[in-house]
Ligand binder design. Sequence first.
Ligand SMILES: C[S@@+](CC[C@H](N)C(=O)[O-])C[C@H]1O[C@@H](n2cnc3c(N)ncnc32)[C@H](O)[C@@H]1O
Ligand code: SF4
Length: 373
Amino acid sequence: MSGSVRHLYVHMPFCAHRCGYCDFVTVVGREGLHGRYVDALLAELELEREVLAQPPETVFLGGGTPTFTEVDELRRLLEALPSASEVTVEANPETVTAELARFLREAGVTRVSLGAQTFRADLLRVLERQAGPDDVRRAFYHLRDASFDNISLDLLHGIPGQSTSDLALDIEEALALAPEHLSYYELEAKPGTRFTHAHGAELTRQAEAMEGYFELVIERLTDAGYRWYETANFCLAADQRDLRAQHNLAYWLGRDYLGLGIGAVSTFGGERRRNTPRLHAYLAALEGGGSPSREIEVLDERVRADERLMLGLRLDTGLSFADAGESLDDAALERLEQLGLATRRVGEDGPETLVLTPRGRRLGGAVTVELLA
Ligand SMILES: C[S@@+](CC[C@H](N)C(=O)[O-])C[C@H]1O[C@@H](n2cnc3c(N)ncnc32)[C@H](O)[C@@H]1O
Ligand code: SF4
């Protein structure tokens, strides 16, 4: 039986080392457990398979460091996952050899998201990354040599010690590689972490500079021909292909998705559920033939409409008034239209949509919150 969920996320938590700024669900080392983890993922897939459309549209292997997984186990996983028109794997530069790049391509991966972060060796050290700038470039070329024609780079601004000119140089380094896609995130320093303790005053200075950094990123990337299609995401707009990240686009459009693995989130059937982040509890549950323990949140129509509004307004295409539903405050919209922050766009035969102007999108969350009824 084929279900209706068209997007599959698979979490690969293993990393060689934990970067100080990261608070994703990761597990350092544990090479001995990679095989058991892949078995558990495949068991979870079997339990959930009927909710998944066949074939799904997108598969995303995120981490952690999927490319740190032992290669035979990664092969077994990729062979067992359903094929899809977009299959993305996240990769850390130091793990990408010529062989690994070829293997990913042969295994049906269509898109690689490479965690570059910055091209400055000193800033990579501040982040406690394992790769140097040359590893980032080398990994990129290996992927190109393996004929990947959809490569994304993850970059950060607001790194302790980063100056505006460092950022400007990073942008040029990234553009020199001509990736199809770029994600430019603000470094989020979580209160109470070791990283935040170590860089406290400097993080405050960076937070004050963030608006200017964001402006610089948008200006330079759009000048270079990239489409600023989501708050932190850019894609080449030069050819006939739609190079937006189709999997992430599904999240921003409020579509349902299935997540497998520790800490993975799923949204379908009017619920959001989050798997346990504990590796041993996850393995034990699946090895015993059961489902992992989960936190469940019921999503009523109002919650979903609020989320569609918050996420849809991050996109340059905005969202239809029908999707915003009761969540939209009409009086606030009028005020924001007068301020030149939001606008209505009438499609030729499509529905009327609500979009933020470029200035509104730069202000982001603050404008969106105003619009919520
Ligand atoms: C969780 S990682 C997984 C992929 C891979 N391990 C890597 O590091 O590139 C995905 C992205 O999240 C970013 N990330 C992790 N912690 C972050 C934070 N505190 N603020 C902003 N981005 C963060 C990483 O830099 C990375 O580019
Ligand atoms: S390699 Fe990626 S997932 Fe692992 S700790 Fe670093 S940022 Fe987090």
